[in-house]
Design a protein around this ligand. Structure first.
Ligand code: MN9
Length: 292
């Protein structure tokens, strides 16, 4: 389960329904790009804007299309326990390699409640569980003590660490060498890689996953000069994407590369001419770097 995982972008039609052909296109595009796996129905997949049936349709379609060709992580996190349980069981049936779940959010859950949530999933799941820690969006910040308790569970395999706390990241890496740690901020891949993470999960890997793989390989070899250059290229892309509107611009980039997947679901805004223009400029810039 090491390596670079694309946080799969969602594919929707003009009415916001899942476009399952679009989903297949995005999966095939990632296969051609050569990433190691997919993280399905996460933040980038617009999970928190979808009803359960739509998540099920997308999770099932991805498994059909990617079947055995790459590693698959199903993000099943939900504050609704019935949905959580159903998706947990289905992910195993559909052939996923692992499940992942965001910390419960919105209400101020206690540390004990959050730990019970993860124990609930880990006990139930036939697949290993990856904790999804993203304090910036959930306002829940797992602590060193939380990891100490959670990582005692044999079915908790690791964490998607989408936080800027590199002190915590180093401590968790060193204290739990057998757990799998994925870095979650694409713009911080190098800083996480030097601390010995096992891989990364990110939205921009849908387009520049091959750069992320090259960066990890450079760090592995101890070639920090190359790794810094790649991170700088990644950050130029991230910078422009964040400025232009991350998900719609990424989707337009995929459309330019033969993997049209529509716009984002309401209440995210519609794709505009500015998103399309930004995607065209980025497409050219990425191709120029790839051609060097
Ligand atoms: O899955 C992604 N997180 C979100 C990880 O989209 C919330 C990241 O890949 C970011 O999109 C990326 C840009 O900030 O690092």
């Amino acid at each position: 389960m090491k390596g670079i995982f694309s946080a799969l972008l969602g594919a929707f039609d003009a009415e916001g329904r899942p476009d399952l052909e679009g989903v297949r296109r995005v999966v095939r595009h990632n296969l051609e790009l050569g990433v190691d796996g997919l993280y399905v129905c996460g933040s980038t997949g617009e999970n928190f804007l979808m009803e359960r049936a739509d998540k099920e349709a997308i999770l099932k379609t991805v498994a059909e299309e990617a079947g055995g060709k790459m590693k698959l992580i199903a993000h099943i996190g939900s504050n609704v326990v019935e949905e959580l349980d159903a998706l947990c069981d289905q992910a195993a049936e559909w052939g996923y390699d692992a499940v992942s779940a965001v910390t419960p959010y919105y209400y101020k859950f206690s540390a004990g409640e959050i730990r019970d949530y993860y124990r609930h999933i880990a006990d139930r799941s036939k697949l290993p569980l990856i904790i999804y820690n993203i304090p910036l969006l959930t306002s829940v910040s797992l602590t060193r003590e939380d990891f100490a308790v959670l990582f005692e569970h044999p079915n908790i395999m690791g964490v998607k660490f989408t936080a800027q706390d590199f002190y915590l990241l180093e401590r968790v890496r060193t204290l739990y060498p057998d757990k799998v740690i994925y870095s979650g901020f694409d713009e911080m891949l190098l800083s996480a890689a030097v601390l010995g993470i096992d891989g990364a999960i990110g939205s921009t890997w849908n387009v520049i996953g091959h750069w992320a793989k090259a960066l990890l390989a450079a760090v592995e070899k101890g070639d920090l000069a190359t790794a810094r250059l790649i991170q700088s290229n990644i950050n130029s892309v991230v910078d422009q994407l964040l400025g232009a509107g991350l998900y719609p611009t990424l989707k337009e980039l995929l459309a330019l590369r033969g993997a049209a997947c529509g716009g984002c679901r309401f209440p995210m805004g519609e794709t505009t001419i500015q998103h399309k223009a930004a995607a065209m400029a980025l497409d050219a810039a990425i191709r120029a770097i790839d051609g060097q």
